[in-house]
Design a protein around this ligand. Structure first.
Ligand code: ZN
Length: 362
């Protein structure tokens, strides 16, 4: 997790704007940050909260120290004056009860902090909770800041929008990716495909898939690295058969006992043929490699698809790998994918891929 403004990659205009608001003490009642998932809106909210509550911050800087008791507790999400609210899993938005509780919290005096912050995550469709929230944002108690996070601005009521300072966050721009590559692997600067990939891959293609299907492939992709590392060639051959049979009956690299049966059944029905499956498998493998690159370079906020993995899990995956090789493999998969599209022998393609993996994941 990034703990100060200067470490953020991308969206530099917004970062500058926020720093200025903090230094000049012109913080509005509410911010609404919108933009795609996985670009650090949530993390940034915690940096703002730390900045406004830091005990060591100098007047001419917005950077929280990261060391004082307030900073530490805020970054652990255990500070009583900074509240993070997200919708319950079975709901599409935060509930009216959550807003009512929030109201109670907002009107009590500060516990230990200097500024009360409410970070409201994933406010896609506020519906009935919108009015309650609106009143609160209109007449907030002193030293209170609401930060609403959303990936979809269209669904926000105009009345909410008009009362928030709205900041749009974007995926990394081309220039940002280029300056990232300059510090990592300048020879890839010429490669259009790698730039596109690092900028966000092809989420469009992935969004079309169901989330439980993606979850299965994700798990399979992660497990495959373990198999390659363990040199379980017999296992890999067995798994290759699964991938290349006309309609995969079993999914490769998955411990099926770990996944609920319904899930497997439902997804087997989704997999029409192994060609399509392998294409998706490669795509998600590319996403994993992409995220590993950013994790390795200490930009955890730019993780897109594997941000649910914790640091230990990510460390395990990158152990012994090398940045250059990871980037090269992303490109090679592109070639493998186009070979699959052209109906080349899938078994051969997959075995070739395993050999490539073997040279990276040792
Ligand atoms: Zn501090």
């Amino acid at each position: 997790m990034i703990r100060n403004f200067s470490e953020f990659l991308g969206n530099s205009e917004n970062i500058k704007f926020l720093i200025d608001k903090i230094i000049t003490k012109t913080i509005p009642n509410a911010f609404l940050f919108y933009g795609p998932e996985g670009i650090g809106k949530r993390n940034l909210s915690f940096v703002i909260a730390a900045s406004l509550n830091c005990l060591n911050r100098s007047k001419d800087s917005a950077e929280p120290c990261g060391e004082c008791v307030n900073c530490k507790r805020i970054f652990n999400n255990s500070f009583p004056d900074v509240t993070f609210i997200t919708r319950d899993e079975d709901r599409t938005t935060i509930s009216i009860e959550q807003v009512r509780n929030l109201k109670k919290e907002a009107y009590r005096t500060l516990y230990e902090g200097l500024y009360k912050i409410f970070i409201i995550d994933d406010t896609k469709e506020l519906k009935d909770s919108a009015n309650a929230l609106l009143k609160l944002i209109e007449e907030p108690p002193d030293n209170t800041l609401f930060i609403l996070l959303t990936s979809n601005l269209m669904k926000q009521l105009p009345t909410i929008l008009s009362r928030c300072q709205v900041l749009k966050f974007q995926k990394l721009s081309r220039t940002e990716i280029e300056s990232f590559l300059k510090t990592t692997d300048p020879k890839l600067l010429e490669d259009e495909r790698i730039i596109n990939f690092l900028a966000g891959g092809s989420p469009g293609e992935i969004i079309k898939l169901s989330s439980s299907y993606i979850k299965l492939i994700e798990e399979s992709v992660i497990n495959s690295i373990g198999y390659v590392r363990e040199n379980s060639y017999y296992q890999i051959l067995k798994e290759t058969n699964k991938i290349t049979s006309p309609t995969p009956k079993k999914l490769p690299f998955l411990r099926e006992d770990k996944i609920e049966d319904d899930n497997i059944k439902e997804n087997k029905a989704t997999i029409k043929n192994s060609r399509e499956f392998l294409l998706n498998w490669f795509l998600i493998m590319q996403m994993l490699l992409r995220d590993l690159v950013f994790f390795m370079k200490k930009y955890p906020d730019n993780l897109m698809f594997f941000k649910h993995l914790n640091n230990n899990e990510m460390d395990k995956l990158i152990k012994g790998t090398d940045l250059d090789k990871l980037l090269q493999l992303i490109l090679k998969i592109e070639e493998f994918r186009s070979a699959v599209e052209k109906n080349a022998n899938r078994e051969l393609i997959f075995l070739n891929f395993v050999i490539e993996m073997k040279s990276i994941f040792t």
